[in-house]
Design a protein around this ligand. Structure first.
Ligand code: GDP
Ligand code: MG
Length: 371
């Protein structure tokens, strides 16, 4: 197999192609700038420049990482919606999340939610559930989207009725639109003097967003987050939107989903908050996420209660990974420890090499592509 050209090799090593050509000549190999080199020559020349070369089989890697088959329709059951609350600073996102969280604590567990884990699930009086992503707003959403994660089903855009549609309101709207996530507008602080929801609807209409009151398709709800006014109505609208989306998952398969946040805890090791999107994650499962892996040593819900399993749309905190995956990284359960380890390690290796030409190491695809 011929791999890369002389100029590409020079590029990888950060030297000029003339240096590569003259090095080849001194080794008795005559090459031109666009000539492709075989593995033996690459190794030889690279070693002259102090590099070692590694050949990775990307097709095998891709095969190992291949997505599982899609679920059969008959295996799917309804799952609860995953909601992100976005909006301009001080318009009331935290107040809304806090109110919903404290007002919907499961009986007997009052005050039980002390953990801030980046996501929580509330049970409503009608038995339905909603999962809220409680990440610091736009950054996390953007970070996750940048990693290709689409974890949110519905975006609630909070706009303060005593203020206006602001830059971060617009940003939130364009994020949701770009991600193809339906929006519900929560017009907040209607208890305040000077609150003028109509002005907000008008400003939204100038962005081609017509709320239902204005004859459009977007649901909106006037609320006062701090006092908890009309929050029940907002939650009903979220459930209505979710019904239209017909969200489904297969709880009877191995868990897959997305990391919400992860960090190193002094006493407990690596702690990761994740969201199960399909299947069921169980304590003891072998999880791979990005370049990290490990067996789920223990699993907790947002009330810090130990759990054995987390199904579709459930957030969970897990212990046992050998590192902290980045927010937005996917996770997957593997049956075979050697396979899990190999996948994680190969990813780690590729990542290491991507940004580290200085480390004098080159990775090439075994079938000839440059990585
Ligand atoms: P965030 O930056 O979007 O998370 O906004 P916060 O939830 O921190 O709220 C910003 C400020 O607005 C705080 O002082 C809240 O107490 C206040 N606030 C939030 N919701 C309401 C509301 O419904 N009515 C009134 N009067 N104040 C509110
Ligand atoms: Mg806040």
């Amino acid at each position: 197999t011929e791999f890369i050209s002389v100029s590409e090799l020079a590029n990888l090593m950060d030297v000029s192609f003339a240096e590569v050509i003259s090095k080849c000549m001194s080794l008795g190999i005559m090459v031109s700038i666009n000539q492709r080199l075989d593995a033996e020559v690459i190794e030889l020349v690279a070693s002259e420049f102090g590099f070692d070369v590694e050949f990775i089989n990307m097709e095998k890697q891709a095969e190992m990482e291949e997505e599982d088959d899609v679920d059969n329709e008959e295996d799917l059951s309804p799952r609860s919606p995953i909601v992100t609350i976005m909006g301009h600073v001080d318009h009331g996102k935290t107040s809304l999340l806090d109110y919903i969280r404290s007002a919907n604590v499961v009986a007997g567990e009052a005050g039980g939610i002390t953990q801030h884990i980046g996501a929580y699930q509330v049970s409503l009086p009608n038995g339905k559930e909603i999962t809220f992503l409680d990440t610091p707003g736009h950054e996390a959403f953007t970070a996750m989207r940048a990693r290709g994660a689409k974890v949110t089903d519905i975006a609630v855009i909070v706009v303060a009725a005593d203020d206006a549609v602001m830059p971060q309101t617009r940003e939130a709207i364009s994020h949701a639109q770009a991600a193809g996530v339906p929006m519900i507008f929560a017009v907040n602080k209607i208890d305040k003097d000077g609150a003028n929801p109509q002005k907000i609807y008008e400003q939204l209409s100038q962005m081609n967003i017509l709320v239902e009151e204005w004859g459009g398709k977007f649901q909106s709800q006037e609320i006062a987050a701090k006092k908890g006014l009309n929050i029940d109505k907002l939650l009903e609208k979220i459930l209505l939107e979710a019904e239209l989306l017909d969200l489904k998952a297969n709880p009877n398969r191995e868990g897959t989903g997305t990391i919400i946040e992860a960090s190193l805890d002094k006493g407990r090791g690596y702690v990761a908050t994740l969201l199960v999107e399909n299947g069921t994650l169980r304590a003891g499962d072998l999880v791979v996420s990005g370049q990290h892996y490990g067996r789920v040593k223990a699993m907790f819900n947002e009330r810090n209660k130990r759990e054995d399993a987390a199904g579709p749309s459930a957030p969970a905190v897990i212990l046992g990974l050998n590192g902290a995956p980045q927010a937005g990284e996917k996770f997957k359960v593997y049956a075979d420890e050697a396979e899990a380890k190999e996948i994680a390690n190969r990813r780690a290796q590729i990542l290491r090499e991507q940004g580290m030409r200085a480390k004098k190491h080159i990775t090439l695809d075994e079938i000839g592509r440059r990585l």
